[in-house]
Design a protein around this ligand. Sequence first.
Ligand code: FES
Length: 186
Amino acid sequence: MAETDSIQEETEHEGTDDSKRDFLLYSTVAVGAVGTTSAAWPFIYSMNPSKDVLALASTELDLSSIEEGQSITAIWRGKPVFVRKRTAKEIESVKMTKLGDLKDPQSDTDRVQKAEWLVLIGICTHLGCIPSGQKGGDVKGDFNGWFCPCHGSHYDISGRIRKGPAPKNLEVPPYKFTSATNIVIG
Ligand code: FES
């Protein structure tokens, strides 16, 4: 059975006014169950589904109101999922990166289904902190993506580890586009 859950999502809008922040009320449809929460993610509404139900859960997101340069945070199976509509400049920058410069070599094209949409599990691959970079005023690290302040891991705008102790790129969850602006994660 599908249930609808409203989640307040914090977004970022890059541009000339970097301090500008928008707040969207995002609606997701969780098929089977909705996500859980923890003290680290107080903005997430919890329903504590059982493990077997949780394992089947998928999350549908309508991306139509996300502008270029904006990010939102959704929840899938209790994990934060970062979704960013990348700018042409950001896409160009990750395409220019040489695989030989990467700790966990992976081309950007192998990490996205559409160049403008980046979908990542927002959990640092070192010891599991949530990296900063989703909000306009956040520290984004040396590669203009995400920065994990726990031990100093820097990720680029493809979610690839570029500096610091994290061994792997931010994970890309399974997802599919069900329309031009709708995705189902899981
Ligand atoms: S948990 Fe992210 S750098 Fe250690």
